[in-house]
Design a protein around this ligand. Structure first.
Ligand code: PEP
Ligand code: MN
Length: 339
């Protein structure tokens, strides 16, 4: 349920409602808006008697949220969620956020080189995995803690923001420290223990879509994070498993309009894992911008043919610069700044 406070409700009146919700054994989630505060309620297994709350001073109305996902639904939060990173906001309707970088941290020199290259090209957030979820146990598993140390040093030196993947609860604190955004990978979208753990954090979480997850399952996963009080969730479409074998996955750009309609959360697109082939990345990146996504998560590498993971889908620096130019061009008529 959602308790909508009157526009002129006082702080004391809001706190009174919060206390009442807690006394009912439920969890209040105050959601300040531009014109009024609303308070989401979770923790109820049955329906809540709205009359108890409706009679309190400052309450305008109580609205039943009909969807199974609550905090992530538009019903609960009609305005788009904005996730501030540096001077930009992921989810801002006038911005299209670019996050790029190598699949894995391979060594300090290449991470530093990537960061300098990205900053020189106006990209302020770098991706790179220190812990890698690989299909084969014999494949490169990532540099682990040393990879995180490299990311932290490069962040301190250059000022670039870092997104890196968290794979298990054991390494949660270490990843939280090194990351500005915590990535939950496709294989962990329904790792509920992990989702609850990042729900306790107060850093943005990029939640990749499970490779066979419906939109509802994906939003329910985001709900696990938000139910813990971490409302900074960014969705990321990275392709789903279908019968098609012309590409690594089937990039489901058709999920963007319904995701935007059902949820207020920003949605990024990962055309690298979505296609698995670098030649197809530019077209799908432009399509994602046109389809209303809030940005991209792209793999690039200074020498893709010698990458330790995902080289075939990584753009080299020149190809990435070319793509950036086309994104800037397409952004203009769409009223989106590429940031
Ligand atoms: C990645 O971003 O490198 C990655 C492993 O992605 P996904 O979880 O989408 O496979
Ligand atoms: Mn990868």
């Amino acid at each position: 349920m959602l308790v909508v406070m009157a526009a002129d409700a006082t702080k004391d009146q809001i706190n009174r409602v919060i206390t009442e919700i807690q006394e009912l054994g439920l969890t209040p989630h105050p959601l300040p808006g531009s014109t009024r505060t609303a308070i989401g309620i979770t923790g109820n297994t049955g329906s809540v008697d709205s009359r108890i709350l409706e009679v309190l001073d400052g309450v305008k109305e109580c609205i039943r949220v009909t969807k199974p996902f609550k905090l992530s639904s538009r019903e609960m939060h009609p305005n788009d969620s904005l996730i501030p990173i540096g001077n930009n906001n992921i989810g801002d309707v006038h911005e299209f956020s670019i996050i790029a970088g190598p699949c894995s941290v391979e060594n300090e020199k290449m991470i530093h080189q990537c960061a300098e290259f990205l900053l020189a090209n106006g990209v302020k957030i770098m991706r790179a995995g220190a812990f890698k979820p690989r299909t084969s146990p014999y494949a490169f598993q990532g540099m682990g803690q040393e990879g995180l140390n490299i990311l932290s040093r490069v962040r301190d030196k250059t000022g670039i923001k870092i997104i890196t993947e968290l794979m298990d609860t054991e390494t949660a604190s270490a990843v939280e420290e090194a990351a500005d955004i915590i990535q939950i990978g496709t294989r962990n979208m329904q790792n509920f223990a992990l989702l609850k753990r990042v729900g306790q954090m107060r850093k943005p979480v990029l939640l990749k879509r499970g490779m066979s997850a419906t939109l509802e399952e994906w939003l329910m996963a985001s709900e696990y994070v938000m139910a813990g009080g971490n409302y900074q969730v960014i969705l990321c479409e990275r392709g789903v498993r279908t019968f098609s074998d012309h590409s690594r996955n089937t990039l489901d750009l058709s999920v963007i309009p319904p995701a935007k309609s059902l949820s207020h959360l920003p949605i990024l697109v990962d055309p690298s894992h979505g296609t698995g082939k670098r030649n197809y990345v530019p077209a799908m990146s432009l399509a994602a911008l046109a389809a209303g996504a809030d940005g991209l998560l792209i793999e690039i590498h200074p020498d893709p043919d010698h990458a330790l993971s995902d080289g075939p889908q990584s753009l080299d620096f020149k190809q990435f610069q070319k793509l950036l130019l086309s994104l800037h061009e397409l952004g203009k008529p769409l009223g989106k700044r590429i940031v």
